[in-house]
Design a protein around this ligand. Structure first.
Ligand code: ATP
Ligand code: MG
Ligand code: MG
Length: 552
């Protein structure tokens, strides 16, 4: 909304455009294809692509694919699908860091020639040990002062596969006494004898993230390289690489606070564990806070974009409550989702004074606040289903639904009064017998009597039996990762999915297209599952419950 003040990144960008530092903006969204995108990535997508849209600039989609051991083509495809689904377009600006392998290799040769990089034969463990700590300076590697010729020769031998993994690395020669540990001669190339999903086995040396990222930004002419706060102390290295080498430009790295959301975990590594270990049914399980999980659950792109806008952009770590995300989808669907009726836990109602063979068509509006959404006809007959919870044998005074001798309104139907119940041997109610008042068609009371309760129903003979999946938060703890000694999986919610096998929906839902959202009146927002729905036999996912229920 227009009332929110401009965030600090957009302010920097506006200043750069005003002063002429830049004539346009070039941003990028740089995912590593080692998993599916999650709601945290949506924040970065909305930011980077949003800035491009606002400034008539461009936003690149760049796969940061420099670690072949964890990356897959399937992830690349899912990421493209998810970015598009969120409503953004990279046009022809699709890049892969792996396409820069030759250029990055040339830059490495330049660093060596400048005396700014060397081949080191310390083990990974020794490198760590030599690096020192925040309070202790590092020690120089015994290989630090090799000649340029020797380094060029050894680096070439690394490249041709002569050495084992882990035996040699290329390190930037910066400052082993720097207070910033990232500047203590960081590794910039390692040997990995793993085929790459795009370059096959052309390469057996792969560049490290910090070295690759700044150079990829520079090669692409990025103006503002936006990343999360963990990279703040990597910025001096980002700048060192670009200052030391002759690059076409020097993008500005700006850090912002990542999205932390309560009641979930966010890292791809942990989401992958949930998938691999079978705690969820895949990356697109409707309980996963992945973009594909949210999509399957029934979230809309607009709801996610609105959420990202609403949480704002800051420089300090903070937590966003899950209710903010849930409210975003409620607000969107409240305006757009047609209202329908579905009985989740059915009990039969028999209207004894209603003619046995008669069927009436009752008109029901699709959205009470939006007449443009039209209306539909609901069959009404002698036997109906209502929610078991809408009847009580011995109700308290405040219970405004059905009970012996009590009258209730059937939404878009008639007023009915309970006359008796039929029970099974174990005491479960099997049938509720009622009479109806023919003068109350559509739910009005010509004599002006007040009937507080209105309940939903379906005609038993016409109802569509369907499966409904009641989803809830995947974790019961606000921060499943708060205690390092407790595995986050111990906080999984055992009731995060409840399957109802025989809910009864109004017949208009028979042909609802998979992926369509509706409101089940008084129950919540639901979406026809895109994977398990069959023609004429939808499966419904609960997206979110209703904040308020009407006339309960
Ligand atoms: P994860 O730790 O979940 O694997 P990542 O940062 O390693 O995430 P990348 O694929 O490298 O995943 O992320 C691509 C972009 O998305 C990066 O620019 C990163 O800063 C951004 N991003 C990732 N997680 C979040 C988050 N929680 N909030 C905001 N931006 C995020
Ligand atoms: Mg990353
Ligand atoms: Mg990661």
């Amino acid at each position: 909304t227009a009332s929110r003040p401009i965030d600090f990144i957009r302010q920097i960008i506006a200043d750069d455009l005003r002063t002429g530092k830049h004539r346009t903006t070039v941003t990028r969204f740089p995912p590593e294809p080692n998993g599916f995108l999650h709601i945290g990535h949506a924040k970065s997508i909305c930011l980077n692509f949003g800035i491009a849209l606002e400034n008539n600039g461009v936003c690149h989609l760049r796969f940061d694919d420099t670690n072949p051991s964890k990356e897959e083509v399937a992830y690349v495809e899912s990421i493209m699908r998810d970015v598009r689904w969120l409503g953004f377009d990279w046009h022809d600006k699709l890049f892969y860091a792996s396409d820069y392998f030759p250029a990055l290799h040339d830059y490495a040769l330049q660093l060596i020639r400048l005396g700014k990089a060397y081949v080191c034969e310390l083990s990974a463990e020794a490198i760590r040990e030599y690096r020192g700590t925040l309070t202790e300076p590092g020690r120089e590697s015994p290989w630090r002062n090799r000649s340029v010729e020797e380094n060029l020769h050894l680096f070439e031998r690394m490249k041709t596969g002569e050495f084992e993994e882990g035996s040699h690395v290329l390190r930037a020669k910066i400052d082993m006494a720097s207070p910033n540990l990232n500047l203590r001669d960081p590794v910039i190339y390692r040997i990995l004898k793993v085929p790459h999903h795009r370059t096959g086995d052309t390469w057996c040396i792969y560049p490290m993230y910090d070295y690759t990222h700044c150079l990829s930004d520079a090669i692409e002419g990025i103006t503002h390289s936006l990343c999360t706060l963990e990279f703040e102390d990597h910025r001096p290295l980002y700048d060192w690489v670009l200052d030391t080498l002759q690059t076409p430009c020097h993008p500005q790295q700006i850090e912002f606070a990542r999205l932390n959301l309560t009641f979930t975990v966010m890292s791809k590594r942990k989401l992958l564990q949930l998938v691999k270990e079978g705690y969820v049914d895949g990356w697109d399980d409707p309980r996963m806070l992945t973009i594909s999980g949210l999509r399957r659950r029934g979230y809309t792109p607009a709801a996610i974009r609105n959420f990202c806008h609403e949480i704002g952009l800051g420089k300090r770590e903070s937590w966003i409550d899950m209710t903010v995300l849930e409210n975003a989808v409620r607000d969107d669907l409240n305006a757009t989702a047609p209202r329908v009726m579905c009985v989740l836990d059915p009990v039969k109602v028999v209207i004894d004074n209603y003619p046995e063979e008669q069927v009436e068509e009752m008109e029901a509006v699709n959205h009470p606040q939006d007449p443009a959404m039209g209306s539909r006809m609901l069959p009404f007959s002698r036997e109906l289903h209502i929610e078991r919870a809408d009847f009580m044998e011995n109700p308290p005074a405040k219970f405004h639904r059905l009970g012996p001798g009590r009258e209730v309104r059937l939404r878009y139907g008639y007023l009915i009064t309970c006359t008796s119940v039929v029970k099974d041997e174990d005491g479960t109610i099997r049938e509720i017998h009622c009479t109806y008042d023919p003068a109350t068609r559509g739910g009005s009371t010509p004599d002006g009597r007040k009937v507080k309760g209105t309940i939903h129903w379906v005609s038993a003979r016409h109802a569509l039996p369907c499966q409904v999946r009641l989803y809830d938060r995947l974790f019961v703890a606000e921060n499943p990762e708060a205690d390092k000694d407790i595995n986050f999986k111990q906080h999984l919610n055992p009731h995060s999915r409840i399957c109802i096998e025989a809910a009864m929906a109004e017949p208009s839902l028979t042909d609802l297209a998979a992926g369509t959202q509706v409101q089940f009146e008084r129950q919540g927002y639901f979406c026809a599952d895109t994977v398990d729905s069959q023609p004429g036999k939808p499966v419904f996912n609960r997206i979110v419950t209703l904040r308020d229920t009407w006339a309960k």
